[in-house]
Design a protein around this ligand. Structure first.
Ligand SMILES: C[S@@+](CC[C@H](N)C(=O)[O-])C[C@H]1O[C@@H](n2cnc3c(N)ncnc32)[C@H](O)[C@@H]1O
Length: 265
């Protein structure tokens, strides 16, 4: 039996291992709704070296007891290990291509994920949970404070009283910008990345391309940690922790911030 997304708009996906291109009605025939669709197959090799956050989010999931909602679940890099630990995960993502890969990855790992196509500013989830996570800088896809407020309000609405929102974001340092600006760099073997930074608008236009034809360009935007702090406060959260890295060391002014915020009643 093919697995199915458990979403309002149910999508049949192929069994693990079957090439998507050979399956009618799957990712290859869908309109491009997300810049991630065209690089979905490239995402796992592109992010292969990003492993430092997995144990951290797994620990948060265990602490919560689950279920967990992951906003911007992507290909299940974080969700699959959590589900493999016996914790139910509902994953929301706007990219059908990423969800196809995610479902296949879950099947290969022998775990169930409840995957839904949707926007993290209005996630199609009625359930209330003790933990919402948004790993690997997915909130940088939000372009304005209005969008950030919508996203934080939506995350808050998903939480039970005292539930937690845990996410990570970054604010680029001058060195990083200087070293990478407008240059194609080989991030992983055969996978190239070009970052065009606008330090006035605080936006990053990130292009990614593989050795073959896969290519995309996506828009990201950053704000300072103090601005995240203020937005969280305004959005009904109490900040429990602001780490500077996934080893739980405190934030002391680096590029990364990892927020643990509790829904205030
Ligand atoms: C950097 S990836 C992170 C994926 C995964 N959380 C991980 O840790 O590997 C960002 C993900 O957020 C999704 N995304 C971006 N904007 C979104 C939105 N407005 N609503 C839902 N998903 C979104 C993308 O499709 C992509 O899968």
């Amino acid at each position: 039996m093919p697995k199915r997304y458990l979403c309002a708009e149910t999508v049949t996906i192929p069994e693990a291992g079957l090439p998507l291109a050979l399956v009618p009605g799957t990712v290859t025939k869908r309109p491009q709704a997300s810049p991630y669709d065209s690089i979905a197959a490239l995402y796992d090799p592109w992010s292969a070296s990003v492993t430092e956050d997995v144990a951290f989010y797994l620990e948060e999931a265990r602490r919560s007891g689950g279920p967990v909602v992951e906003l911007g679940v992507g290909t299940g890099r974080i969700a699959v290990p959590i589900a493999a630990d016996g914790i139910r995960v509902l994953g929301v993502d706007s990219s059908r291509g990423m969800l196809d890969i995610c479902a296949r990855r879950a099947a290969l790992a022998g775990v169930e994920l409840d995957l839904r196509v949707g926007d993290l500013r209005a996630p199609p989830v009625d359930e209330r949970v003790p933990l919402v996570i948004c790993p690997f800088r997915s909130y940088l896809h939000l372009q304005t404070d209005r969008e950030r407020r919508q996203a934080l309000a939506a995350a808050r609405d998903l939480l039970v009283p005292d539930g937690r929102l845990v996410f990570d974001v970054f604010t680029p340092g001058a060195d990083d910008i200087d070293e990478t600006h407008d240059r194609w760099l080989e991030r992983e073997a055969g996978i190239w990345e070009r970052a065009v930074w606008d330090t006035t608008a605080r936006t990053l236009t990130l292009s990614v391309r593989g050795a073959e034809t896969a290519e995309t360009t996506m828009a990201l935007a950053w704000i300072d940690p103090e601005e995240w702090r203020a937005l969280l406060g305004e959005s009904g959260f109490e900040i429990e922790e602001c780490y500077g890295w996934f080893d739980r060391s405190p934030f002391t002014g680096g590029e990364d911030t990892i927020w643990v915020a509790r829904r205030s009643s």
